[in-house]
Design a protein around this ligand. Structure first.
Ligand SMILES: Cc1cc2nc3c(=O)[nH]c(=O)nc-3n(C[C@H](O)[C@H](O)[C@H](O)COP(=O)(O)OP(=O)(O)OC[C@H]3O[C@@H](n4cnc5c(N)ncnc54)[C@H](O)[C@@H]3O)c2cc1C
Length: 654
């Protein structure tokens, strides 16, 4: 590498050729992965196509929402980046679902896209052992593997993709398109929608990873040559219009919350003025125009064959599927405080440009709108997730991790969460430590990764609160209580966050004691709090009169929620205990399922494909019946008994 400088931007240390961890891609997954790995002390390189496109929002200029907002809080609680960045650059904050129970409240913020990407890049530039490198990775270099079979393990024929996983090749670095090579013992690929990306706008097809950026074709082929199977997915984005070409008098304003609630547990308050978003609707005339042109829509003409997200349909899909719906709601979201573009949220489309013109101009308030960027759909390669482990390491190559859209997910938050976990686990892999695997009872991040490996998605996967079994426990407000101690043990939570966390927990403890001791209206405050009309303001007044407090708002919120829902939470905790017993039964890595003749063939194949880590995980694999789980349980119990007696003989222990 000497004499062949790697591109770098000011604020990073001198570029090395040899790294511990190499992250491929500077999107939402890549940023968190590089942040985590470098914060844990690994010398890290983040290689991305364009440094000034790092953290770009390919689609919706917003962070959070239902389920997604929970994950942003979880990333924050673990010491990740996303929440702090959106707090610093958000232009409108709203807590969604506030009229429903606290389990499903979802923080969401409109972002200033430019500021968001800038702040993200700046945060990474400030990390001392992280180099930001501009370039296209075209290959992942590996060396043949050594035998990983543990001692005393019987001869196993466990295979993955035709190769023995006992002799997997190991990663040694990457090669860039311009011939440069970087060495690294762990590589995290986070290439989003770029792998063989193909964009569609009507009949026009353009190769690219997203508008204005090239596709990543060679890397797709390189991953296949390593034994990974790739498949195709599709997603789409709506048109953007110029803010000065909208008739705002015809629209309904949508304001942010007052006061706005921050995402990060480290942000005290958000004191910037918020912008207004706007609501309008499609209409029968617009639907007629879409129907008349469905034959020109790539999804309908057969030009696109891959599956898109059912929960986030294009406008042509909505009109085709919901024939009786007279109008569809549309949110007009500014792309920034001073940005000229407005994102037309709700009319994602890949119809040809002339049809998009007619559709947009047929919508109330947009009659004279100037389209700045037309909507389009994109098809891209992803790696079906039966090929990864819960650590996000691939099964076929040691030290190769995948995170983000490449794993079949969709969304910035899903990508960021996986990135953080992959970053931690890449470092643990280097240190030969057990991977960080969050449980379904601990975090939506755990739910997502468990879903990915046990039920590999066949459409872009996004988080919803309904995917979690323990919703009342996995709330957005208590993500710190659930995860900050884990982040601290993992080495990601710094002293300042830890001090703040501990202070909050002490406050909660003090307030618990107070509500259990103080009486109000002849009953314990604890019981009064369960009344529907009991409000935090009144609670504060009562506590002050009893000489207790003051307590910070986040402490009051925590205690009010846990008191109000005490009964439900207790029931959920009992369910979690049962779940943990199943999860506690670990399955060794090298079980040869082909030898378990008591199992149905489908079950043998499914277990071998997924290689579950625990009995609980085995039970969640699609197509697995309770009888299969019992058979596996009997086998594991007998195996554990045998091994105990063998080790007793060998060591002389009784
Ligand atoms: C058209 C479109 C529509 C979308 N619609 C939605 C939607 O409706 N809802 C939703 O939630 N999400 C949507 N998304 C997805 C959202 O943008 C992604 O989920 C999210 O950005 C994924 O993050 P990521 O980090 O995995 O990848 P990205 O944010 O895409 O980042 C990938 C990074 O990898 C880099 N890269 C690629 N190949 C290479 C290479 N060979 N070498 C080096 N660097 C490389 C790129 O430069 C980029 O920085 C859409 C995306 C697109 C493009």
């Amino acid at each position: 590498m000497a004499g062949c400088p790697v591109g770098r931007i000011p604020g990073t240390v001198a570029v090395r050729k040899v790294y511990d961890v190499i992250v491929v891609g500077g999107g939402h997954a890549g940023a968190e992965a590089a942040w985590a790995a470098s914060r844990l002390g690994a010398t890290t390189a983040l290689v991305t196509l364009k440094l000034d496109a790092m953290g770009r929002m390919s689609c919706n200029p917003a962070i959070g929402g239902l389920g997604k907002g929970h994950m942003v809080r979880e990333i924050d609680a673990l010491g990740g980046l996303m929440a702090g960045i959106i707090d610093a650059t958000g232009i409108q904050f709203r807590m969604l679902n506030k009229t429903k129970g606290p389990a499903v409240w979802g923080p969401r913020a409109q972002a200033d896209c430019g500021d968001y990407a800038g702040k993200l890049r700046q945060s990474l530039q400030e990390v001392s052992n992280l180099d930001l490198v501009e370039g296209m990775v075209e290959a992942v270099r590996t060396v043949p593997g050594r035998d990983e079979r543990p001692q005393r393990e019987p001869e196993s024929r466990l295979t993955h993709g035709g190769a023995s996983i006992l002799k997997r090749p190991s990663v040694i670095g990457v090669t860039l398109g311009d011939g440069r090579a970087l060495d690294g013992q762990a590589v995290i690929v986070t290439t989003g929608t770029f792998l063989r990306g193909l964009m569609h706008c009507g009949e026009v097809r353009t190769e690219g990873g997203r508008v204005g950026e090239p596709a990543s074709n060679a890397l797709s082929a390189a991953l296949e040559s390593l034994g990974l199977e790739l498949r195709r997915l599709k997603t789409g984005t709506p048109p953007r219009v110029h803010r000065d070409s909208i008739d705002y008098n015809a629209l309904t304003p949508q304001l942010g919350d007052d006061p706005p609630v921050p995402f990060s547990f480290m942000t005290d308050a958000l004191d910037r003025p918020q912008v207004c978003c706007w609501i309008t609707y499609t209409n029968e005339r617009v639907h007629g125009c879409i129907r008349d042109n469905l034959h020109r829509a790539p999804m309908y003409s057969g030009q696109i064959r891959s599956t898109g997200p059912r929960y986030c349909p294009s406008i042509e899909d909505k009109v085709g599927r919901f024939e009786d719906t007279a109008r569809h709601q549309l949110f007009l979201d500014p792309q920034g405080r001073t940005h000229d573009w407005i994102y037309c949220n709700g009319i994602a489309t890949s119809l040809p440009r002339d049809v998009q013109d007619a559709v947009v101009h047929g919508i109330r308030g947009l009659e004279r709108a100037r389209i700045m960027q037309y909507g389009y759909a994109i098809e891209y390669d992803f790696v079906p997730t039966h090929q990864i482990q819960a650590s996000l390491e691939t099964k076929c190559v040691r030290g190769l991790f995948l995170a983000g859209q490449i794993n079949g997910t969709s969304g910035y938050e899903e990508a960021a969460g996986q990135g953080l976990i992959a970053g931690v686990n890449a470092v643990r892999y280097l240190r030969r430590e057990e991977p960080l695997v969050l449980g379904r009872d601990e975090a939506y991040l755990g739910v997502m990764i468990d879903d990915l490996i046990t039920r590999p998605p066949d459409e872009p996967y996004r988080m919803f609160t309904s995917r979690g079994e323990y919703r009342l426990h996995l709330r957005a407000d208590n993500a710190d209580a659930r995860l900050t101690p884990i982040g601290r043990r993992a080495g990601l939570v710094d002293d300042e966050r830890w001090r703040r966390y501990q202070a909050k927990q002490r406050g909660i403890e003090r307030m618990r004691v107070a509500v259990a001791a103080v009486s109000h209206g002849g009953r314990l405050l604890k019981d009064w709090l369960r009344r529907p009309d009991a409000c935090p303001a009144e609670l504060k007044r009562i506590l002050a009169a009893a000489g207790q407090g003051p307590f910070p708002p986040e402490v009051v919120e925590a205690v009010v929620l846990e008191t109000k829902y005490e009964g439900y939470l207790a029931r959920q905790h009992r369910q979690i205990d049962r779940f943990r017993r199943l999860e506690g039964m670990e399955i060794p890595t090298h079980v040869d399922y082909s030898q378990l003749s008591e199992l149905r063939r489908e079950a043998r194949e499914a277990f071998a494909r997924v290689a579950p880590r625990t009995l609980g995980q085995a039970a969640r694999i699609s197509g697995i019946s309770p009888a299969d789980v019992t058979t596996l349980w009997v086998y594991l119990s007998a195996r554990n008994r045998d091994r105990r007696s063998v080790s007793g003989e060998n060591t002389g222990c009784s």
